[in-house]
Design a protein around this ligand. Structure first.
Ligand code: IMP
Ligand code: MG
Length: 182
């Protein structure tokens, strides 16, 4: 990163505006309220990418909700998943006591969420749903489908609203395409 100009020139174009995100989050919050119908839930954000989405989504739900965080890394040998998820920070809650909603930034190959869902299912939650902000179905390597995705996008590398490139750009209030050539 040589200059602020270099930094900004990588933001190619806005793919999803902050207004579009805000509207979609209101709808997703209503869907959570509909599914749980007054029952308390645990929203689980997968760090780091989903921290911004979590902050907005939790304010769009009306059912009683607790929040939890977990940091997960999956390891692969070549393109084949070892099936091992390293939890670099585990949830503090015992999920067997909760209706769990996983809050994720993006489903790309599907490997991370596939592993996280298997892990949490093994802990016998009362129920489990996955809400993802973005879905890139064309990149899927494992057969994984979120219960709800706010936006489906083509095979682009995107930044902003929690998503990073080299840890930068998470604070952009919109989702943009990252320019690899600039
Ligand atoms: P998956 O395991 O391949 O589905 O991808 C999981 C993680 O890869 C996501 O949680 C993101 O952190 C990261 N990722 C995938 N696509 C993008 C992107 O377009 N921009 C930024 N991060 C991405
Ligand atoms: Mg992530």
């Amino acid at each position: 990163m040589n200059s602020i100009q270099d930094f900004n020139s990588k933001i190619k174009r806005v793919v999803i505006s902050k207004e579009e995100i805000a509207e979609a989050i209101q709808k997703a919050g209503k869907e959570i309220d509909r599914i749980y119908d007054g029952r308390p839930i645990l929203l689980v954000s997968i760090l780091k990418g989903a921290f911004v989405f979590m902050a907005d989504l939790c304010r769009a739900v009306s059912v009683p909700c607790e929040i939890g965080f977990m940091c997960a890394k999956s390891y692969y040998s070549g393109t084949v998943s070892s099936g091992v998820v390293q939890i670099t920070m585990d949830l503090e809650q015992d999920v067997s006591q909760y209706h769990v909603v996983i809050v994720e930034d993006i489903v790309d190959t599907g490997r991370t969420l596939n592993d996280v869902v298997e892990l949490l299912k093994g802990r016998n939650p009362l129920s489990l749903h996955v809400f993802t902000l973005l879905d890139k179905p064309s990149r899927r390597v494992v057969d994984f489908k979120a219960d709800y995705s706010l936006f489906t996008i083509p095979d682009l590398f995107v930044i902003g609203y929690g998503l990073d490139c080299g840890e930068y750009y998470r604070n952009l209030p919109y989702i943009a395409e990252y320019d690899n050539q600039a």
